[in-house]
Design a protein around this ligand. Structure first.
Ligand code: PHE
Length: 340
């Protein structure tokens, strides 16, 4: 009897069920009213009384095993059947359009990667700023007309004067206040100015400003850094020129032009037939700014520069209307897929 049970158990284990026909055949062969497990139960009558209990237990276990296997495969076959019956294989597939990075994001990432190669970290700060970080610490005297250079959106006037930052130089003040030189950092971010919206001006735009402070930093270091940047961004042939300028926070200050990459500096309507394009402002950090942020100006010197991301993007991608960047027109945005 024991051997019979083991033989049928082996048969149950070896039985492969792949479809509903197999499943039904399995049921008939083993658990149906004429199945082999049932037959074994009939044979139990002939077993001597003292063995009945042990054999009965074996038989029960066998029956449960067979039923479990049956139920398991039945459930499996039912779920695959219902899943496939709901699928319509003749339907055309979904066309999942891949998005594109915004052109300003592409250019910002490129600028960050160019400066990270020469050891600049990225620092960020708040868009709503106090007067100290946006103006006073940067050597803007209280009634100085230079504050008008940057038409400010004020949020609160008076004692707790808060404003939308007009440049990310404010972030650099925060970095100087919270760290000790050497400092080498760039601060990308959105800035706001109260200007009428047109093709050439907007009430918000993006900047990347850079700051380098250490012992013995010179104007030559600044020029070399900017030349490296221009060549990385616009190609090996790019040249730069510096024109004297004024910013309250740098002395001396300069504006930087890059040779026009559109006409190879021959002269075109983008560079107004000059061969040069203005791309950024820069200068040696004014000692007053260093002192305001707690840096000893007798020990340290440094340079700073700042550029508009929209301006660089305009030159790289020949976009000539600033409004396109914030209108979310898919026809404009999808042209930048290749940049991913
Ligand atoms: N903060 C200046 C601006 O917004 C740019 C700048 C930065 C100029 C650093 C010189 C040095 O126009």
């Amino acid at each position: 009897m024991k051997e019979k049970i083991e033989k049928i158990q082996a048969e149950i284990n070896a039985y492969t069920i792949e479809n509903t026909a197999n499943l039904e055949a399995f049921r008939i062969q083993f658990i149906g009213s004429k199945g082999s497990v049932k037959e074994l139960f009939n044979d139990l009558k002939a077993v001597p009384n003292e063995e009945k209990r042990a054999i009965g237990q074996l038989l029960n276990a066998l029956r449960i095993e067979a039923e479990d296997k049956y139920n398991l495969f039945k459930a499996q076959l039912e779920t695959t059947a219902s899943a496939t019956s709901k699928l319509d294989f003749s339907r055309p597939g979904d066309n999942n359009e891949i998005g594109a990075h915004h052109p300003l994001s592409l250019v910002r990432s490129e600028i960050i990667s160019i400066f990270s190669k020469i050891g600049y970290s990225v620092s960020e700060g708040p868009e709503i700023e106090d007067d100290w970080h946006n103006f006073s610490a940067l050597n803007f005297a209280p009634e100085h007309p230079a504050r008008d250079m940057q038409d400010t959106f004020f949020i609160e006037k008076g004692e707790n004067e808060m404003a939308l930052r007009t440049h990310t130089s404010s972030v650099q003040v925060r970095v100087m206040e919270n760290s000790t030189p050497p400092i080498r950092t760039i601060s990308p971010g959105r800035v706001y100015r109260n200007e009428a919206i047109s093709a050439r001006a907007h009430c918000f735009f993006h900047q990347v400003e850079g700051l380098y402070i250490d012992k013995n930093v010179s104007f030559a270091d600044l020029k070399q850094t900017l030349l490296y940047f221009a060549k990385e961004l616009f190609g090996e042939k790019a040249q730069i020129r510096l024109r004297p300028s004024y910013f309250p926070f740098t002395e001396p200050s300069a504006e930087v032009d890059v040779s026009c990459s559109i006409c190879n500096a021959k002269g075109c309507n983008v560079c107004k037939y000059s061969g040069w394009l203005e791309i950024l402002g820069c200068g040696m950090v004014d000692p007053n700014v260093l002192e305001a942020s707690g840096i000893d100006s007798t020990v340290y010197s440094g340079f700073a520069f700042g550029m508009g991301v929209e301006r660089i993007t305009q030159l790289k991608y020949k976009v000539n209307d600033l409004r396109l960047y914030s209108e979310n027109d898919v026809r404009f945005l999808k042209q930048f897929k290749a940049g991913i």
